[in-house]
Write a protein of this length. Structure first.
Length: 396
């Protein structure tokens, strides 16, 4: 039967019933928050465009390409005939309290305590899309993403009623806080959109802004990625800028600070019921001295299926060495010197040189000068020379 032959109220009832069934299917698959929005053009695209123009995407070129901008401006360019977007969220473990500290231990962002969420979400989204076809009784054209697609997903989530975008740029839900991960399915189905979440419950609170160690949170609720610890410890493939190395606290993969201090998380954040996000042994607060000794094979084995593998061993050790350098403990000179002299990765040797400079003293200086005789990499040599100059300025 053609649409024009169906009375309007029956047509609307059918859409509402279909929408309810699809949302329930999402909940049945384990998603904690489910909402629907339409395929209207994103209002925040100019903000995104200006964010890119300002260079706040840092070296993440996939966010600034012509393709990225072209698609983010219009959902129809991502999925022709897109009519609705199903937005889903899954709660993850709330992070360890920021007050908890241990000597020679680091921190890993809570979403990375166990399996890579892409490997968890994608099979669920694939199943859900098939269920949507079964519920609707016809073929459905859809595309699903979990932070991998050229869409402005936090705006879509807010439009779908899942929460508001906080001052730290995170989506915050008044019932569960912000410790959750988002995914979307773009559909060529007409569904009933949920009421957009238009309220802003951040008020005058500035805790996230004041707690950020690198001052990366911008006034317009976006992030300067160039200064964000999550970017520096994961996405950045080169050396961490010297002026930011001393501000890393204990974070060796990602950062939860702006979420940990948020009153909405402190009051409402809930533990996950999904064992896929339950922390692996010692992953949340790893012993840095043990991690420092990981061979490439041991690193790959330990973090198989984990988001931490994205940093690769060289990036992971770079981050660990930087934190150890900030501890300025003379007992660390021996281990750092072994890395400076023997590690196969130039990035690791470069940061080992810097860390020895932070510790200082004759032993560190001797190891740095010794390394100059055998080092071949120009960037490492430059780091060593800068560090030696700092420790022994009168010789230059």
């Amino acid at each position: 039967m053609e649409r024009e032959n169906i009375p309007l109220h029956f047509y609307l009832m059918n859409i509402e019933n279909l929408s309810k069934k699809i949302k329930q299917a999402g909940h049945n698959l384990g998603f904690d928050l489910v909402g629907i929005t339409n395929a209207g053009s994103p209002e925040s695209f100019p903000l995104y465009e200006n964010w890119v123009k300002a260079g706040n995407h840092a070296e993440m070129g996939y966010l600034s390409s012509e393709r990225a901008l072209y698609h983010r401006a219009d959902l129809q360019k991502v999925l022709p005939d897109c009519q609705s977007v199903l937005v889903l969220a899954k709660i993850i473990n709330p992070s360890i309290p920021i007050s908890e500290k241990r000597d020679h231990h680091g921190r890993i962002a809570s979403y990375a305590w166990n399996l890579d969420y892409h490997d968890i979400f994608i099979p669920l989204l694939r199943v859900l899309l098939q269920q949507i076809e079964d519920i609707s009784g016809k073929p459905v054209n859809g595309k699903y993403y979990t932070d991998t697609g050229p869409i402005l997903e936090r705006e879509l989530a807010s439009r779908a009623g899942l929460g508001w975008i906080g001052k730290n740029s995170m989506l915050i839900n008044p019932q569960v806080g912000s410790f959750f991960l988002i995914s979307e399915i773009l559909l060529d189905l007409k569904l009933k959109p949920d009421k957009s979440f238009n309220a802003d419950h951040c008020g005058t609170c500035r805790k996230c802004i004041e707690a950020c160690p690198t001052n990366c949170i911008l006034p317009n609720r976006t992030i300067d990625s160039r200064r964000c610890l999550s970017y520096l410890t994961i996405e950045l493939k080169d050396a961490i800028p010297p002026d930011l190395r001393t501000q890393m606290n204990e974070w060796i993969f990602g950062c939860d600070i702006c979420q940990q201090v948020c009153p909405w998380n402190q009051q409402f954040s809930q533990p996950t019921t999904d064992s896929s996000f339950s922390p692996r042994t010692e992953v949340p607060i790893p012993d840095l001295l043990k991690e420092l000794k990981l061979t490439p094979e041991e690193f790959n084995r330990k973090f198989k299926g984990s988001p931490v593998k994205r940093a690769k061993r060289r990036g992971y050790l770079r981050n660990i060495i930087t934190i150890l350098g900030n501890m300025k403990n003379e007992n660390l000179i021996h281990e750092l010197s072994k890395l400076l002299l023997n590690d196969p990765e130039a990035l690791v040797r470069q940061h080992a040189a810097w860390a020895l400079g932070q510790i200082g003293g004759d032993d560190s200086l001797n190891q740095l000068e010794r390394a100059l005789h055998s080092e071949k990499d120009d960037q490492v040599i430059e780091e060593i020379n800068l560090t030696v100059k700092m420790l022994k300025p009168d010789s230059f």
